[in-house]
Design a protein around this ligand. Structure first.
Ligand SMILES: Cc1cc2nc3c(=O)[nH]c(=O)nc-3n(C[C@H](O)[C@H](O)[C@H](O)COP(=O)(O)OP(=O)(O)OC[C@H]3O[C@@H](n4cnc5c(N)ncnc54)[C@H](O)[C@@H]3O)c2cc1C
Length: 285
């Protein structure tokens, strides 16, 4: 099928983009970034925006840079930019590992990091990264700019705190200290498919035991989430089988999984335990 008719806008500056968005938001005007989610749903006529505001010509949105203790990812930075570490240390390595799980290479050359965040698919790898690491999202409209913490940003399946007239101009990720240990594990049925469950963990060793533990799970519930029970269970423990299995059990007990015609909630619950344990093992390796 072909998309329903729409008007196409191609702003060249952020200011022009937000002014255009302000003018068309009321008529279901949408931002077009990589088009890898929006264009298919338009082709199926599941979305019929009357206006598309194509941000690909806005040079300032291609910024990918370290700014103080943050990695700043502009709205036009493609997934593929992360194939090689974009920053020295554990954050760059983690992102280069995670990106390989997103779709297939041609899609990664078009789809954007911020597009994934704005789209908020429950099984988006970048949404899990943003939640686990405590990202900050910078949203701009004709009325001004605001910064939204990851915990306040994701509001359910494909639902975020972004308003209709807001452009997500950048996402900021904290640069991880050099001694941070990270692990990411995803399960899907075929390479390139969306995850049925995935976990991202990080911790630092403090006096020989685990400190600053983060355990987040994605693809299981309507939005990715840090699992406090698993994190608390790891605090002060030696990394190893006993602590990791207890944390994985805690994660499994804490989740309230989605289910669909193919994947039951029980199966996703079980997967939660496995992906959490494997992510922890990877972090310790
Ligand atoms: C076959 C296939 C497999 C895929 N597998 C995966 C996968 O395994 N994991 C995964 O995470 N993704 C997957 N995707 C989705 C892909 O990662 C998309 O690139 C991503 O979801 C959206 O990014 P985009 O830049 O293409 O956004 P678009 O498709 O352009 O936009 C998506 C939505 O976000 C809004 N939007 C985009 N950017 C902004 C912005 N800066 N400000 C405000 N709103 C904005 C748009 O208006 C639209 O509503 C897959 C896609 C396909 C086609």
């Amino acid at each position: 099928m072909k998309p329903a008719p729409f008007r196409y806008h191609a702003p060249k500056t952020i200011e022009e983009a937000v002014q255009t968005l302000a003018a068309v938001a009321g008529e279901d005007g949408r931002v077009l970034a990589g088009g890898q989610s929006l264009v298919p749903i338009m082709a199926f006529r599941l979305a019929r925006p009357a206006h598309l505001v194509d941000i690909n010509g806005v040079e300032a949105l291609r910024r990918l840079a370290v700014d103080g203790d943050k990695l700043v990812i502009g709205a036009c930075v493609r997934h593929a930019a992360f194939h090689q570490p974009v920053v020295p240390g554990p954050l760059g390595l983690l992102l280069s590992k995670v990106v390989r799980h997103i779709a297939h290479y041609p899609i990664r050359t078009r789809g954007t990091f911020c597009g994934s965040i704005a789209h908020a698919d429950p099984a988006s790898e970048w949404c899990l990264v943003a939640t686990a690491l405590g990202a900050e999202m910078v949203a701009r409209s004709a009325g001004g700019t605001r910064t939204i913490a990851a915990d306040d940003f994701f509001r359910g399946i494909m639902t975020t705190a972004l308003k209709e007239d807001e452009l997500l101009t950048e996402v900021q990720l904290p640069i991880l200290p050099a001694d941070t240990r990270c692990g990411f594990y995803e399960f899907n049925r075929r390479a390139g498919d969306f995850a049925l469950a995935m976990a991202l963990v990080s911790y630092r060793m403090q006096n020989g035991v685990i400190g600053e533990a983060r355990v987040a799970v994605g693809g299981v519930e309507p939005q990715p989430r840090r699992i406090a029970q698993a994190e608390q269970g790891l605090a002060g423990k030696s990394p190893g089988k006993e602590a990791f299995e207890a944390a994985a059990d805690a994660a499994m007990a804490a989740v309230d999984p989605l289910e669909d015609a193919i994947t039951s909630a029980d199966y996703r619950r079980d997967l939660t335990r496995t992906v959490t344990r494997r992510a922890l093992e990877q972090a310790a390796a």
